[in-house]
Design a protein. Structure first.
Length: 290
């Protein structure tokens, strides 16, 4: 099993991180988790680096953790671009309540393009633009001879949200999605080969006003809380993504990249003060073989 970090960013339009999106590669297939901005081009980048399963035409399955825009802004890209590049099978989309509505309206928004490509000189494949949407609840949501996927309910404000457990070839990879710390992820990640989890720089949060301190503490996972999850679950490796560093990205001057890296390292230090489990920061296009 391979894990590819296609995008590790946040709602901030960071030039060094695409929107949240990941891929699990197993049994000759690619399974996408979330569809942040730039997802198909990130897949092409991975394909050019030798990961054949991420050839755009092969993108036919995506699991959405929740429907926040930073995790779904690239969904139209996943629906349309691989089809334009001659995907010949429907796209399967798994996600929370509201996913069917989102997919339906995205396709309606592009009806002129779709109609032209099917009825015009391209004569695009009608099957490749079809979508099969599965609005899920917790439990096993996908089960084949090559892959078993279990949805785990998490807590991210008022949005219905899920983490996912991928099991194949005797390996287990767990994705938290966006969530405050929850027992369900700690239980799901017990003995996992890899845990991909969001993380928030605790010291940086103290620089924010009260409104944002309250918000972030209720809907995201602080570094010390991630450390607690790691201590309980004991995954072989934890990789932080969707790191909230509490920088003023849009102030009078651009944020120096050195400050981004400094805060990322401080976040790791906060985790390591509480947990001796192995943890690293993940960045776009990192690949893990487990």
């Amino acid at each position: 099993m391979k894990i590819v970090l296609l995008g590790t960013g946040t709602p901030n339009a960071e030039p060094w991180a695409s929107g949240p999106s990941f891929a699990v590669i197993s049994g000759g297939r690619a399974y996408l988790i979330d569809a942040g901005c730039g997802v198909v081009r990130s897949c092409t980048n991975a394909f050019y680096s030798g990961i054949e399963e991420l050839r755009p035409q092969n993108l036919n399955t995506v699991f959405l953790t929740h429907l926040h825009s930073d995790h779904t802004a690239g969904l139209a890209d996943v629906i349309l671009t691989p089809w334009v590049l001659e995907r010949r099978e429907p796209l399967s989309v798994y996600g929370p309540k509201g996913t069917e509505n989102m997919v339906s309206h995205l396709k309606s928004a592009y009806q002129e393009d779709i109609g032209f490509r099917i009825g015009g000189p391209e004569k695009a494949d009608r099957n490749g633009i079809r979508t099969a949407v599965h609005e899920i609840s917790e439990g096993v949501v996908f089960d084949s001879s090559d892959m078993r996927v279990t949805a785990v309910r998490v807590s991210h404000g008022t949005l219905e949200s899920f983490g996912y457990v991928f099991e194949a070839e005797g390996k287990k990879a767990v994705f938290s999605g966006d969530t405050r710390p929850v027992d369900q992820i700690a239980a799901a990640a017990e003995g996992a080969d890899i845990l991909i989890h969001e993380a928030e720089y605790t010291e940086g949060l103290q620089e924010r006003d009260e409104k944002w301190r309250i918000y972030h503490s209720r809907v995201h996972t602080l570094s010390k809380d991630l450390a607690d999850i790691m201590n309980r679950a004991r995954p072989k490796l934890t990789v932080t993504v969707h790191r909230i560093l509490h920088l003023n990205y849009y102030g009078e001057a651009p944020v120096p990249y050195e400050e981004v890296r400094r805060r990322e390292e401080k976040l790791l230090e906060e985790i390591r003060e509480v947990s001796a489990c192995r943890v690293i920061n993940g960045h776009d296009m990192d690949v893990f073989e487990i």
